[in-house]
Ligand binder design. Structure first.
Ligand code: TYM
Length: 332
């Protein structure tokens, strides 16, 4: 059976980008067709300056939102990364497999380290080694497919390279995974800056739709989305990124092809109104289920306990095998 692994990091409130690019498919498709594991990857939230209480709160909120989005613990394994030691154990071996040049080439490292330096902050070593931990997340589960948005495909490519290199050096140990981005919604852009992705750790939330935003907040954000000075609604990602993004979101939420949907509109205002309603409708059940799950903290705890147990049982033998393969003496 196909094995799927994917993760989400609790660095901010989950966004429409996270949902359309990843989470929705996990819930609607992946958990039904494969042996799927999904993780709130909290160790990854420590690579930049962080507030411990906030990470704790966001981790719990992310788990609750994943359940609200439809992840069913009877069909998939849902857990928090730091509850399973194997991730950190394997990460070190992959740091010993990757080169510093390879890690420095990662776009996210370049962007985030530049931003930290510009803000006068130091750069944590873990920001550089982050892709080794992400590779460990994936390889520890003999993963075949990694459903992620476009921004993560470079990390999955690196994971493949590391798996192949490790296997060549030390004998076959890891399954070589591949990224599976969605057809629509793979890159939802910021509504205020449609040349940049909608990211949960941005300072300014005006261009970001959060999954828990009230309907009126969603409407306001969409109605204020930056477009351009043109009038005709056409799908042109290059020259009209704002309108193209709205059409992408409409297609992802309501179905259809972005280029064809464009033909149905004669004004930006009408397009924005439809996008806003489509998003509000997609988020409505999620917000409702989230509210009822918040009232059941014991249930969420039980899901996480069982999820970590199941995840550990899969990862442990794989990571033990990798330890032996590189020459570490097994405990007696
Ligand atoms: P993260 O937490 O930034 O995002 C979680 C998922 O959401 C997708 N995504 C988007 N998709 C479309 N449009 C957007 N604007 C958008 N923003 C985010 C991401 O592509 C991702 O699929 N490094 C990962 C977390 C991770 C992971 C893993 C993922 C750690 N280990 C192992 C897969 C497998 C990250 O920062 O995702």
């Amino acid at each position: 059976m196909t094995r799927i692994f994917s993760g989400i990091k609790p660095t901010g409130h989950l966004t429409l980008g996270n949902y359309l690019g990843a989470v929705r498919r996990w819930a609607e498709v992946d958990q039904y067709r494969a042996d799927a594991l999904f993780s709130v990857v909290d160790l990854h939230a420590l690579t930049v300056e962080h507030d411990p209480a906030r990470v704790r709160r966001l981790s719990r909120q992310a788990v609750t939102l994943l359940l609200a989005a439809g992840l069913d613990p009877g069909r998939c394994t849902l857990f928090v990364q730091s509850h399973v030691d194997e991730h950190a154990r394997l990460s070190y071996l992959l740091e010993c497999t990757a080169t510093d040049g390879e890690l420095r080439r990662m776009i996210q490292y370049k962007e985030k380290s530049a931003a930290a330096r510009a803000a006068g902050q130091s750069v944590r070593v873990s920001l550089l080694t982050y892709p080794a931990l992400m590779a460990a997340d994936i390889l520890a589960y003999e993963t075949d497919e990694v459903p992620v948005g476009d921004d993560q495909t470079q990390h999955v490519e690196l994971t493949r390279d590391l798996a192949v290199r490790f296997n060549q050096r030390y004998g076959h140990t890891f399954t070589v995974p591949r990224a599976t981005p969605p057809k629509v919604g793979a890159r939802v852009m910021d509504l205020q800056d449609p040349t940049g992705k909608m990211g949960k750790s941005h300072e300014n939330g005006a261009g970001i739709v959060y999954l828990l935003d009230e309907p009126d907040v969603v409407r306001r954000k969409v109605m204020r989305a930056v477009t351009d000075s043109g009038r005709e609604v056409a799908y042109d990602r290059e020259n009209r990124p704002g309108v193209a993004n709205l059409l992408d979101v409409l297609a992802a939420c309501g179905g259809g092809e972005p280029a064809e949907l464009a033909g149905a509109y004669t004004s930006y205002g009408a397009l924005k109104r439809d996008v806003a309603e489509a998003v509000v409708e997609v988020l409505r059940p999620l917000r409702e289920r989230h509210a009822s799950l918040v009232a059941e903290p014991g249930y969420v705890d039980a899901v996480l306990r069982e999820g970590a147990e199941r995840a550990r049982a899969v990862a442990r033998p794989v990571v033990d095998r990798a330890y032996r393969a590189v020459g570490l003496l097994p405990p007696g």
